[in-house]
Design a protein around this ligand. Structure first.
Ligand code: ATP
Ligand code: MG
Length: 475
C-alpha cells in the first residue's frame, strides 16, 4: 500500500536520507533482499523535523545482512543478533539493521520471551507500538503505511497499533512510551488508547527501571512543563511511585494556595518559561522532585499553619534514591540532588549570603557552583511564582540575587579555601609550625571572614590575620 500523497513524497526526498542509510538499503537490495527505512526516522521526516537515527528493516537474516554490508565496505557490529539486529557503521553514523520479525509473548512484561523472524515488512510493522511509528519508507517505493500513521501524524494523534489493551499487556513500557511521544510531539492520545494508558499504567511496576528511565528522560526533555504530571499522572505515579503522595496533599499554609502536586506542576511550567523552553535536564528533574519530601514533613502549628521543616533534606534523600534506582548518570543525579537540597534555602541580597550559597553548592558539587547557582535561581523564581499570589514578588528579589551572584563570580570573590589570596603552604612558612588540623581551622576562619567582608582577600591582610589566629590557637 504505497500512498500517492504528494505531501509525503515532498517531505521524504532521497536527499534527506543520510549516506549511511542509503548505502545499507542499496547493498541489501543489490544482494536480492528487500529493505525499508522504518520507525522514528519516517515519522520525523514526515513531520519535517530533523530525523534521528536511521533504522532499517530487511528480509535478510542477520548473518546475511552482516556479510552483505561488510562486502559493501561498511563496518558491522553485532548489536542484538538474538533479535536479528546488526549495526552498520559508516563514518560516524550507525544504522540498525533488523530482520523482519514479530515479538513472541512478553511473559514478564519486560522482554519478548522469543522473537520470530517473518517474511514480510507488513508483519514487522504490525508489532510496532503506535501508528505514527509503524510506517516504512523507501526512496523509490515510497511510503508504506498500513495503519494510517500519516493521517494520525497530521491530526496529531498517538494511537496504538491494534487493540491498545492487548498491546500494553504485551509490554507495559508502551504506556509510558505513549506519554513520551504525546509529550514530545505535542499530540493528543486517542481516547481508546488513553483509556488503556490510564487503566494499565500499573503494568509499569513489572518493567525494568532502566527501560522506564529512558522514557522518563524523554518525557522530561520534551519540555512540556507540568503537562505530564497534570494530564498523565497515573502513568507518572506508576513510573515514580514517590510522586503519588503529593496529590491532594494540602499545605495548610498562607504561602500556598495549591496542593503540593499542583504547585509542582506550576514550578515545572515556570522553569520552562524562565529558560525559554530549553531548561537543563537537572532543572527539569529538580522541578519534578523538589517538594517530594513535603508529604513526609508536614507539621501544623497551634495557629493552624503548616510547616515543612526539613523537607529539602528529606527531598534530597528521596531524590538520590529515585535517581539511583533509575540508573541516571551520576553527574545529573548529583546536580539535581544539590538543587533539591538548596531550593528553599533563604538567600539575602548581600555579599555574605550569596557567597554562602555558592559555598554550599560547591560543597555538594565541587567546582560546579557557577553553573548551578544560575539553575538554583531559576528554581527559586519558579517556586516563588507558583506560590499564593501575594508571595510572588519574591521572584523579583531573586533577580537581584542572581545579578549579585554573577557580579561576585566575575570579581572572583572567595567562597572556597582555594580562592583565598593565601595558601596553606604560605601559612606554614609564615608561622613556622608543622601541619595539622589547626591549619584547616585557620583557613576556614579566613574564608569565613573574607566572605563576610570583615577581612579583605589580599595577601598581606591574610598573612597578618593568619599569624594572629595561629597565636590565638597557641594560647
Ligand atoms: P526516538 O527518535 O525517540 O528514538 P523512535 O521511534 O526511534 O523515536 P525508539 O524507541 O528508538 O523510538 O524505537 C524505534 C522503533 O521501534 C519505534 O518507532 C517503534 O516502531 C519500535 N518500538 C520501539 N520500542 C517498542 C516497543 N516497546 N513496542 C513496540 N514497538 C517498539
Ligand atoms: Mg530511535
Amino acid at each position: 500500500m504505497t500512498t500517492e500523497n504528494a505531501y509525503s513524497e515532498a517531505m521524504l526526498g532521497t536527499a534527506r536520507l543520510s549516506e549511511a542509510g542509503g548505502r545499507v538499503l542499496t547493498a541489501l537490495e543489490a544482494a536480492g533482499f528487500e529493505a525499508w527505512i522504518v520507525g522514528g526516522w519516517v515519522r520525523d521526516a514526515l513531520l519535517d523535523t530533523t530525523p534521528g537515527d536511521v533504522d532499517v528493516a530487511t528480509s535478510a537474516p542477520w548473518q546475511e545482512s552482516e556479510a552483505v554490508l561488510e562486502a559493501a565496505g561498511l563496518r558491522v557490529r553485532e548489536t542484538g543478533t538474538a533479535h536479528g539486529t546488526v549495526t552498520a557503521v559508516f563514518g560516524h553514523e550507525g544504522v540498525e539493521t533488523t530482520t523482519y520479525r514479530v515479538d513472541g509473548p512478553y511473559e514478564d512484561g519486560r522482554h519478548p520471551s522469543s522473537v520470530e523472524f517473518v517474511g514480510s515488512v507488513e508483519l514487522d510493522l504490525a508489532r510496532r507500538d503506535f501508528t505514527v511509528n509503524a510506517m516504512a519508507w523507501h526512496p523509490t517505493r515510497g511510503l508504506l503505511d498500513p495503519y494510517r500513521g500519516e493521517e494520525d501524524l497530521e491530526a496529531g494523534i498517538i494511537r496504538a497499533v491494534g487493540d491498545p489493551r492487548t498491546r500494553f499487556e504485551e509490554d507495559g513500557l508502551r504506556v509510558l512510551r505513549a506519554v513520551r511521544f504525546a509529550a514530545r510531539l505535542g499530540f493528543a492520545i486517542e481516547p481508546r488508547t488513553q483509556d488503556a494508558v490510564r487503566a494499565l499504567a500499573p503494568l509499569l511496576t513489572r518493567v525494568s527501571s532502566e527501560r522506564i528511565s529512558t522514557e522518563l528522560r524523554g518525557i522530561l526533555m520534551a519540555g512540556r512543563g507540568g503537562w505530564p504530571l497534570r494530564e498523565e499522572r497515573e502513568t507518572m505515579f506508576a513510573a515514580i511511585p514517590e510522586l503519588e503522595p503529593m496529590e491532594g496533599f494540602a499545605q495548610h499554609s498562607r504561602y500556598h494556595s495549591l496542593d503540593v502536586l499542583c504547585h509542582v506542576c506550576r514550578v515545572m511550567d515556570y522553569v520552562e518559561v524562565y529558560t525559554g523552553g530549553v531548561a537543563s535536564e537537572e532543572l527539569r528533574w529538580c522541578a519534578l522532585l523538589h517538594d517530594i519530601g513535603k508529604p513526609f514533613t508536614l507539621q501544623v502549628d497551634e495557629a493552624g499553619q503548616g510547616h515543612f521543616y526539613g523537607h529539602p533534606a528529606k527531598g534530597m534523600e528521596m531524590t538520590d534514591k529515585i535517581m539511583r534506582r533509575l540508573a541516571l548518570p551520576e553527574a545529573l543525579r548529583k546536580r539535581t540532588v544539590a538543587l533539591v537540597r538548596l531550593h528553599d534555602r533563604p538567600v539575602q541580597p548581600t555579599r555574605a549570603s550569596v557567597l554562602s550559597i555558592l559555598a554550599d553548592l560547591d560543597a555538594l558539587c565541587p567546582g560546579q557552583a557557577p553553573s548551578l547557582v544560575r539553575e538554583l535561581m531559576v528554581i527559586k523564581r519558579a517556586d516563588a511564582m507558583a506560590k499564593a499570589p501575594e508571595y510572588r514578588d519574591y521572584a523579583l528579589e531573586v533577580d537581584a540575587l542572581d545579578a549579585l551572584a554573577q557580579r561576585l563570580l566575575a570579581e572572583g570573590a572567595p567562597y572556597r579555601v582555594q580562592d583565598l589570596a593565601i595558601s596553606g603552604t604560605d601559612i606554614l612558612e609564615l608561622t613556622g609550625r608543622s601541619g595539622g588540623p589547626w591549619l584547616g581551622e585557620v583557613l576556614r576562619t579566613l574564608l569565613q571572614e573574607t566572605m563576610q567582608g570583615s577581612l579583605p582577600n589580599d595577601h598581606a591582610a591574610l598573612e597578618r590575620r593568619s599569624t594572629a589566629i595561629a597565636r590565638g590557637l597557641e594560647a
